[in-house]
Ligand binder design. Structure first.
Ligand SMILES: [Zn+2]
Length: 223
């Protein structure tokens, strides 16, 4: 599994981020971010907990509270204990329209999605093989190709807007008054350009669970 993570690193996508550092206090005051980075951190909110656990398990020597043990026990539970048509992947890889360009967590099996309809023409449909129609009839598979929503690829926020991300990941549109309220003394401010790739993306995810100084802990240790 570590090899798969390493492979992802070699062809990774990187985002550029401008951070404003208070060199006296050794803190990131805020980051100036565009749509791509904002979409990335907004996407963190829609990740299934199973995906978060997997990421932290793959990249951590230690444990992730007890979620790691829960994850591993589900992973190793034989399929004979699951309801028909369900497996450990039903729990660990829930169907979701979440894709994180920066963190390639897993591929959603788009071609595996099947749609079934009532064999007798009732208006029931299902994506679970073996389901019964509302009137109790059997269902047949429809010859459709499953496609994912284009909306997902577009992300969440509008482009052509500059956003500010605080050290605690609070997001706001950039404004002069906000900068003035955050920066006490411009003499100690230094602008730095940082790259956000897989490792930094993971570090942001991990730090967001542990600290309110996410940007400082991710970017100032490395510089
Ligand atoms: Zn029916």
């Amino acid at each position: 599994m570590a090899a798969a993570a390493a492979a992802a690193v070699s062809e990774e996508k990187k985002l550029s981020l401008k951070i404003m550092v208070d060199i006296k206090a050794k803190k990131v005051v805020f980051a100036e971010a565009d749509k791509e980075f904002i979409d990335f951190i907004f996407n963190l909110m829609s990740l299934p907990l199973s995906a978060v656990t997997k990421v932290l398990l793959l990249n951590e020597k230690g444990s992730v509270g007890c979620l790691g043990s829960l994850y591993k026990s589900i992973e190793s539970l034989s399929s004979q204990y699951f309801e028909p048509n369900l497996s450990n992947n039903s729990v660990l890889k829930p169907k979701a329209s979440v894709t994180l360009p920066l963190l390639s967590l897993y591929d959603y099996p788009s071609s595996d999605c099947r749609i079934f309809r009532c064999a007798n023409g009732h208006t029931s449909m299902s994506d679970v093989r073996g389901s019964l129609c509302k009137s109790g009839c059997g269902m047949v598979e429809m010859n459709y190709t499953y496609v994912t929503s284009k909306k997902v690829a577009l992300g969440y926020v509008k482009g052509a807007v500059v956003y500010m991300v605080m050290d605690n990941l609070e997001v706001k549109p950039m404004s002069i008054s906000l900068i003035k309220s955050l920066v006490k003394d411009f003499e100690f401010m230094e602008e730095r350009q940082v790259q956000v790739g897989l490792q930094e993306g993971l570090a942001i995810l991990k730090a967001s669970l542990e600290t309110s100084n996410v940007l400082t802990s991710v970017f100032l240790k490395k510089i």
